[in-house]
Design a protein around this ligand. Sequence first.
Ligand SMILES: [Zn+2]
Length: 146
Amino acid sequence: MSFLLNPIPVVDVFDEGYVDCDACGERLTDECVPDGCGGFFCVPCLKELLKEWEVEARQYAAENCRITRALPEYDPDLEFRPSPEDYAAGDREAYTPNAHMAKCRHEFTNYDELIRNLDRDSMEDQVAYEAIVTRINALLIEAEPV
Ligand SMILES: [Zn+2]
């Protein structure tokens, strides 16, 4: 997983023209990187934090993601996709391996429960989200009847 760090000019956020990195305390006067939930960091610190968050998120996902009920089997004979006309008319229902996977994620795992309280703006929560989706998908693929 890689995140694009998006440094912004300090003067755009802080009228006084400086901010101290929330991790190392270094005074930043040129650029800083917001973490999306109130923190501002220098680039090296946020890179380090992302690595730490990723390790924690993977561990959390490994310990908490689970399939909550018996998975329905995917039946390739039933596969269908909406026609471009259906799609344009708002009828987007499909039965494909991807659609099946998405349905299983929502209805047969604790995915929704795990992501419910994540904050989309927070970089740390985005890392958590990625780890949860990746883990849940891996569980579904492993559990798929052969
Ligand atoms: Zn720093």
